[in-house]
Design a protein around this ligand. Structure first.
Ligand code: SF4
Length: 698
């Protein structure tokens, strides 16, 4: 039967931080029956990747959570009503709090829900329920970039606009497989009419590296040393920008530090020749050329990711490649609303980019939300890894997991099984009752998904866009926003949240709190205005509303630090937390394997079409020389073993990895049995990208 839509609405895609706008075609009951990419939206220009095209499929999955499930004394999860679910939630968490204090329960949330819901969760949990610790899975994706920007610029402020992809002469992608991780942004690169050099710095010959004009095939985690060597050459040869350097702090110390990082000094660490490094330094500092630096998880998910991100920021600052078209040190965010989490609820900041640590910020938030000042803690939360470590030690006894799946995605995931035994009560709030985390829960709260609720996401280029309800949630599932309202009432603190009547009311409340912060969006009236504008990049202050659709930060050379200058930050590269040896002779790289699957596949694997585009069982990439030495053939089954666990995978022989290296896509749950618990000391982001493993034919 041919379906003729009765009407259409627009909505931002709910997967990655590109933030494509989709046109949802509705039947006469307002129910989405199909979708197409929106041609007029300044982000995606009429394109969508396979995940976006199939975004409605997971909503119809038979394993949707349709009713609350509560584990009984026999250990089985049985359906219950919302009243019983709320009673269990409140009784168990209040009991734990009474016995063990306000640090004994924590939440783990997500970059996948609208920022109105994120902010509500953070405010409810800390100001209403009286706990302190909560973090989001943005710790696994963007914490490094957020920390790097905050330290260097004085605020978590990605400076760019997507138009910069089209306006650069030299595009340097570090640890970013843009082709498949952000396919629409790669299309923006392809639209560049300036005949750009596209340089990919990556230990693996990714799809992006193969499509680039140059692949810099360095050793795993040689990035920081290489970036310092590039700065060394640029300073030595006087290819710097004096005016831009005047807007920085710490230049003389940086120059002294760089003396130790000549190309010859880093050649062994990076696996690159002196000539290769010298040539690259000239390319990224060519006078009159617009150079842009871009990074994603290859940098962020590292034990020294903050310094690597800042090494790119430093390069942009000393060469004058910031605040101008086609330039920047640009973090491409992972999740659809990671930026929302960064600005509206994280471990150190609360709503509107305010800090728990500052009294005047706490006072402003208390007044704005109508909440007693004493309800707002001055302490920052533990970070994700510290929350899990505290649970392992028995200090945290209750965990509330919202729209994320740590039992699959967390590094060295075998440790979570031991942690599970220590926890007294786990609540998982999710659209599915079948994720690894939902299976471990004592209480499952069924939540509405993307497409079943309203709100806003903020994409990588700081653009706020709206999502729309175009389906009813199944069974008695509710939006996260409504679940938080139920919890506020059941906990006895709903009078504090009387203004949070619906997502748009919350948007207005939060908007007003951004006044005079770098992310000021007081000029945005509401959802209708955001749609009319084609999304709106922050800042969008009422006092001085912008006129351009695409804007970058720091055009005036002023940064958000107390001095108004950017800080040049650096420290010597550290040793790999786990290197290869005779027992574990291969370096394992992990990463995205396809544009058709998303993270732990909990949603995308529900689509028949997306499943056909990607192998359902794990495979491992191995170099032909290593395969020949181990007498392995294509599709042989192998056991991959680290000091922490093992898994099975089929062999895929390809020169995409270097000899001595292996690559596993992150989408399979077994992969994190292998990864090594190590973290960036500044951002606490996990180091997923490099650990030592052994390989044997099964
Ligand atoms: Fe666009 Fe990302 Fe959605 Fe694909 S997943 S359609 S690139 S927002």
């Amino acid at each position: 039967k041919r379906l003729i839509p009765a009407s259409t609405v627009t909505s931002i895609c709910g997967y990655c931080a590109t933030g494509c706008q989709l046109k949802l075609h509705l039947d006469e009951h307002g129910r989405a029956i199909n979708l197409t990419p929106q041609a007029g939206y300044p982000v995606n220009l009429g394109m969508a990747c396979p995940k976006g095209w199939q975004a409605l499929d997971p909503l119809d999955s038979p394993d949707r959570a349709t009713t609350p499930l509560l584990r009984n004394e026999a250990g089985e999860k049985v359906p219950v009503g919302w009243a019983e679910a709320m009673e269990a939630f409140v009784t168990r968490f209040k009991d734990i709090k009474e016995k063990h204090g306000r640090e004994s329960v924590a939440f783990l949330s997500t970059g996948q829900i609208p920022f109105e819901e994120m902010a509500f969760l953070g405010c409810l949990f800390k100001f209403g329920m009286g706990f302190i610790h909560g973090d989001a899975n943005t710790r696994q994706c963007m914490a490094t970039a957020a920390t790097a920007y905050k330290q260097s610029f004085g605020f978590d402020a990605p400076p760019y606009s997507y138009a910069d992809f089209e306006e650069s002469d030299v595009i340097v992608l570090v640890g970013s497989n843009l082709c498949i991780a952000h396919p629409i942004l790669w299309q923006r690169v392809m639209r560049n009419q300036r005949n750009p050099k596209i340089i990919v710095i990556d230990p693996r010959a990714t799809e992006t590296a193969q499509a680039a004009t140059q692949h810099v095939n360095l050793k795993p985690k040689g990035d920081l040393a290489l970036l310092y060597a590039l700065a060394h050459c640029i300073v030595r040869d006087g290819r710097t920008d004096a005016e831009s350097i005047r807007r920085t702090e710490g230049y003389d110390d940086f120059v002294a530090f760089l003396l130790d990082y000549s190309p010859a000094a880093v050649s062994d660490r990076t696996g690159l020749s002196v000539e290769e490094i010298e040539a690259l330094a000239r390319t990224v500092s060519e006078p009159g050329k617009r150079v842009s630096w871009w990074w994603t998880m290859g940098v962020n998910q590292s034990y020294e990711g903050v310094r690597a991100a800042q090494a790119m920021i430093n390069l942009a600052l000393i060469t004058g490649n910031i605040g101008k078209p086609g330039t920047g040190a640009n973090s491409i965010t992972g999740q659809c609303n990671a930026m929302g989490s960064r600005l509206f609820s994280n471990t150190t900041s609360m709503v509107g980019g305010h800090e728990f640590a500052y009294e005047d910020h706490r006072e402003k938030v208390a007044t704005g939300l109508g909440i007693p000042l004493e309800n707002i803690p001055s302490d920052s939360s533990l970070a994700y890894d510290q929350i899990l470590a505290a649970a392992e030690e028995g200090k945290i006894k209750g965990l509330w997991i919202v729209a994320t799946n740590p039992f699959h995605s967390w590094i060295d995931s075998g440790r979570l099984a031991a942690m599970r035994e220590k926890l007294e009560f786990i609540v998982v709030q999710d659209m599915f009752h079948t994720t690894e985390s939902a299976l471990a829960a004592d209480l499952v709260l069924p939540s509405a998904a993307w497409g079943e609720k309203d709100g806003c996401f903020i994409n990588s280029e700081r653009r706020i866009g709206t999502l729309k309800k175009v389906r009813e949630a199944p069974g008695v599932a509710l939006s996260d926003f409504r679940i938080f309202r139920l919890i506020a009432r059941a906990w006895g603190c709903d009078e504090l949240f009387g203004q949070w009547t619906d997502p748009e009311a919350a948007f207005r409340l939060l908007r007003d709190l951004t006044k005079d912060r770098p992310c000021d969006i007081t000029g945005l009236e509401g959802y209708e205005m955001i749609d009319r504008l084609g999304g709106a990049q922050w800042p969008y202050p009422a006092a001085n509303p912008p006129v351009d659709q695409e804007r970058r930060l720091f055009e005036d050379g002023n940064y958000y630090t107390p001095s108004g200058k950017a800080k040049l930050l650096f420290s010597p590269p550290a040793e790999l937390p786990e290197n290869t040896d005779s027992a574990y002779p291969f370096m394992l790289l992990t990463g995205r394997g396809t544009s058709s699957q998303w993270h732990t596949q909990s949603r995308t694997a529900k689509s028949d079409i997306l499943r056909k585009l990607y192998p359902q069982d794990a495979y491992i990439e191995i170099h032909p020389a290593d395969a020949a030495r181990l007498r392995l053939k294509e599709n042989d089954m192998v056991t991959v073993r680290s000091r922490r666990g093992e898994m099975q995978a089929s062999v895929y022989i390809a020169p995409t990895v270097q000899p001595g290296q292996l690559f596993l896509p992150m989408h399979y749950p077994e992969v994190n049995r292998l990864t090594h618990s190590s973290f960036d000391p500044h951002s606490r982001q996990p180091n997923y990208k490099a650990c030592a493993v052994a390989l044997a034919k099964s």
